[in-house]
Design a protein around this ligand. Structure first.
Ligand code: ATP
Ligand code: MG
Length: 324
């Protein structure tokens, strides 16, 4: 017996669309869409902001303030954190202390989840049955011990910090304020500076919330605005993704790369509309790919021209206006 499956109009539409996109990808030598979203982006796709990264690392090294990486959704906060995380273990501060790093990428955490996530990220042992304050106390003790005995400071990265429960936030405050007065007494002169540096991320709105609700931390935290991509970075962003999709990322040269089939000015139009936000650049580039793929069918030309970019950018801005 056979079961007849009727291809619905919708499925037919999606299949045609997929074939159209696929033809464009094949034509430019790509194995998949250069602008698809990756759950775990490959670090070879990252465009570096060396100066900005240095300013983050410098602040951590001087140990005067905590850091709040501030920027709109999709501006690259998480990416910058990963880059800073990569560099820190290879560095030492002026006193010769090295760094132990921890990264908490989950959000929406309750007090105990936050305590456990911090302990896990810093490889501090605790018992499941412990209360959150006991877990944090164990973390605090271990951070102090690592500082005194191993000459290691702790750099703790917390993503989208304000998306956690308020009680979870107070756990962070305890770590941010270490060492406590009692610890200082206990260790004599060996503890004369903060041992934990927090590197948090969030939007402007959350920074403002922190200013009003947690001034104790905010006052000792430096907000750093993630710089938007300039046109050169936007071209590199697209160039890297094209090379990646072509299987040529390992020979990518940031000073000499191909942006075919993009016209240079088309990327400038995209970047202006995205206001230098990489997530939006990717979305707009994907929109351009769709239009260019349709054009390829009609004309045989896969180019992403100024005209296509303008079309896509206008369509998106009309859409955004409607949503707002
Ligand atoms: N420097 C960069 N080079 C290449 N791609 C980047 C860079 N920064 C960000 N991206 C890409 O842009 C997208 C958004 O970046 P990311 O997730 O880091 O932003 P975010 O500010 O953390 O966003 P959210 O507010 O959603 O957490 C991702 O696809 C990421 O790979
Ligand atoms: Mg993020």
């Amino acid at each position: 017996m056979t079961i007849a499956v009727h291809e619905s109009a919708l499925i037919r539409h999606f299949n045609t669309r997929r074939e159209t996109l696929r033809a464009w990808e094949e034509r430019i030598g790509a194995r998949f869409s250069p602008f698809r979203g990756f759950k775990m982006p490959d670090s070879r796709l990252y465009c570096e902001h060396p100066d900005f990264l240095d300013s983050i690392v410098d602040l951590i090294i001087t140990n005067e303030r905590h850091i709040f990486l501030r920027g709109p959704v999709g501006s690259g906060k998480s990416t910058l954190m990963l880059l800073a995380l990569r560099d820190l273990p290879t560095l030492a501060d002026r006193r010769g202390n090295k760094f132990i790093t921890g990264y908490v990428g989950m959000t929406g955490l309750y007090e105990k989840q936050m305590a456990a996530a911090i302990a896990d990220s810093l490889r501090v042992k605790y018992r499941r049955s412990w209360e959150s304050s006991q877990i944090i106390e164990a973390v605090a003790r271990e951070c102090v011990r690592r500082y005194v005995e191993e000459h290691c400071r702790t750099a703790l990265f917390i993503e989208d910090v304000a998306d956690n429960q308020e009680a979870a936030f107070h756990k962070l405050r305890y770590l941010a304020d270490l060492p406590t007065e009692e610890m200082k007494e206990e260790y004599g002169g060996a503890l004369d500076e903060p041992v934990v540096t927090l590197i948090m991320s969030g939007t402007m709105m959350y920074w403002n919330a922190m200013l009003s609700f947690l001034p104790q931390i905010a006052d000792r935290t430096e907000p750093l605005d993630v710089p938007p991509f300039d046109d050169a970075k936007a071209k590199e962003f697209i160039g890297r993704r094209l090379a990646y999709a072509r299987g040529e990322i390992d020979s990518f040269d940031p000073n000499d790369f191909d942006i075919y089939p993009f016209e240079e000015e088309a990327i400038e139009i995209i970047n202006a509309a995205a206001r230098g936000n990489p997530r939006d650049i990717r979305m707009l580039a994907r929109g351009c790919q769709q239009v260019a793929a349709e054009r390829l069918k009609e004309t045989g030309d896969p180019s992403i021209t100024v005209e296509i970019a303008t079309l896509v950018v206008d369509a998106y801005s009309a859409l955004l206006k409607e949503v707002q």
